[in-house]
Design a protein around this ligand. Structure first.
Ligand SMILES: [Zn+2]
Length: 117
């Protein structure tokens, strides 16, 4: 865990943001708090995948991953999965009756879905 920044310095930094940036931080913080309050999701250790990025969104944990497909002879099966794996693609993780569920999301995460790019 990184050292926690002091709230005072954080506040000073936040005050320098534009209104739009403040709104983004506010929305993101709401998601992060909701996800953390719901309980941390313990992801199973997968040797066939490499996590690149994580983000909480609408109560789910989204992870950008490169994965092996486990087909013999595929290029993804040689070398480090972070280099050779397929993707990266987003996967969603959430808890249901204390079980961690996951779902393939694809290249575009839901928070980008309504943007034109
Ligand atoms: Zn493959």
């Amino acid at each position: 865990m990184p050292r926690q920044p002091s709230l005072d310095s954080l506040r000073t930094t936040l005050q320098r943001l534009s209104l739009k940036q403040k709104q983004e931080v506010y929305a993101w913080l709401g998601e992060a708090i909701a996800a953390e309050a719901q309980g941390a999701i313990e992801l199973p250790q997968q040797s066939g995948s490499a996590a690149i990025e994580q983000r909480h969104y609408e109560g789910k944990l989204y992870q950008l991953e490169k994965r092996r497909c486990n087909k013999a002879g595929c290029r993804c099966m040689t070398g480090a999965v972070a280099e050779a794996g397929h993707g990266p693609y987003w996967y969603a993780y959430w808890k249901e009756q204390k079980k961690v569920r996951s779902q393939y999301v694809g290249k575009r995460p839901p928070w980008n879905r309504d943007s034109s790019q």
